[in-house]
Design a protein around this ligand. Structure first.
Ligand SMILES: Cc1cc2nc3c(=O)[nH]c(=O)nc-3n(C[C@H](O)[C@H](O)[C@H](O)COP(=O)(O)OP(=O)(O)OC[C@H]3O[C@@H](n4cnc5c(N)ncnc54)[C@H](O)[C@@H]3O)c2cc1C
Ligand code: FES
Length: 346
């Protein structure tokens, strides 16, 4: 059996070795597949296997696999959606305010324009703290300036970074922003769009919902957003805006506390029966994302997710290949339709 096989990635062909991960094989041939954790958690490297065969290593969803895990076993043709180039830029915290008992809204002022697709995430390193992943969004009322990065961050008990927001991390604090990453970004389509979020999972889902209403206003949309504690359902303004555009939403809570318009249960308890042509986007805890992914798998529905795994669980080989990653950024595929927060507003 020949050791070398042919791998075609977004139209570029290379001779690669069997047994390598798709990511290693492509990068060895100078083809950059977007990636972040390299441990099978972040979903940034999900690619479509258009033809041929790969060993998915348990990462198959529909006709997609994770390139950092799946192995080369024969000739294959891969495709992935173009995304904006990863960049590193300086920012300053300009505002911090609580938006619920456990959730903080942090606004970062960027020195330069930053482009990301609605639903992607970034790495923020507040000066003096380790880097953490966050999903840039709009304020709950839909506002946000072009040079602002708006984050909704839950205070994690015992956390290294989030408990210091508003205390040691205040307006004026310097931040380094790197990104964007992630594959769970808004894509236009014909079928229904089903958006599922829990807690601050609303951040990427709100960015996607807003983009979808502007880009494809007649597309049917279903929104389910929950929180463990009803007091952390901070997205009422956003849901009111969606309602004005004709989108009905459901707000469940898994705690006992109830309020008008809030149902009991988890977001998954309120999901509609899925159809094969739906596109489901889910954001929040790893467990909830996994439950939604399982439903999508059973229904043959496409599911996009970048689960909020804890940073400590994201120890990776990323740093070892970071130099290569940036050295190759000139080869980064150009996104056909890039977004900034500006594009998410009327
Ligand atoms: C792709 C992605 C996007 C994200 N976007 C957001 C966002 O928009 N808003 C937001 O609030 N968070 C988001 N997160 C989570 C965020 O990156 C941090 O993990 C979180 O803010 C905790 O950081 P910390 O420094 O306060 O706690 P850490 O010091 O990292 O952790 C302290 C303790 O809490 C546990 N822990 C940390 N995070 C979690 C978690 N999510 N679930 C369960 N246990 C946890 C750790 O295991 C550890 O024991 C995202 C994560 C990812 C991977
Ligand atoms: S899942 Fe492959 S790079 Fe993160």
């Amino acid at each position: 059996m020949a050791k070398q096989v042919s791998l075609v990635v977004n139209g570029k062909a290379a001779a690669v070795a069997r047994g390598d991960s798709l990511l290693e094989a492509a990068m060895g041939a100078g083809i950059l597949i977007p990636h972040d954790c390299c441990t099978g958690q972040c979903e940034t490297c999900r690619v479509r296997v258009y033809a041929g065969e790969v060993d998915a290593q348990g990462t198959q969803q529909g006709d997609t696999v994770l390139a950092c895990q799946a192995r080369v076993i024969g000739d294959a043709v891969l495709q992935f959606d173009a995304v904006p180039e990863v960049r590193k830029l300086a920012a300053t915290v300009s505002a911090i305010r609580p938006i619920s008992p456990d959730i903080i809204e942090a606004t970062l002022l960027l020195r330069r324009d930053f482009t990301y697709l609605p639903g992607q995430y970034v790495k923020c390193k507040f000066n003096g703290y380790p880097s953490r992943d966050y999903s840039p969004t709009l304020r709950t009322d839909g506002t946000g300036e072009r040079n602002e990065l708006i984050l909704q961050i839950r205070r994690q008990v015992g956390g290294v970074v989030s408990p210091d927001l508003g205390t040691r991390i205040r307006p004026g604090h310097k931040v380094t922003v790197q990104g964007p990453y992630g594959s769970a970004f808004h894509r236009t389509g014909a079928g229904r769009i089903v958006l599922v979020a829990a807690g601050t999972g609303w951040a990427p889902i709100w960015a996607i919902a807003r983009a979808a209403r502007y880009r494809e206003p007649s597309r049917e949309m279903v929104v389910i957003v929950g929180a463990r504690d009803a007091r952390n359902l901070y997205m009422a303004d956003s849901l009111a805006w969606l309602a004005e555009t004709g989108v009905a939403s459901i707000m469940p809570t898994s705690s006992g506390a109830k309020a008008a318009g809030i149902l009991s249960g988890r977001p998954t308890d309120h999901m509609p029966a899925l159809r094969p042509d739906d596109a489901v986007y889910v954001a929040g805890s790893f467990e909830m994302v996994a439950a939604v992914q399982a439903r999508c798998e059973a229904a043959g529905t496409t599911c996009y997710a970048d689960p909020f795994v804890a940073s400590v669980a994201k120890r990776t080989i990323r740093d070892r290949i970071a130099g290569f990653f940036f050295a190759r950024s000139a080869n980064w595929p150009k996104a056909p339709q890039t977004q900034t927060t500006e594009n998410l507003r009327p």
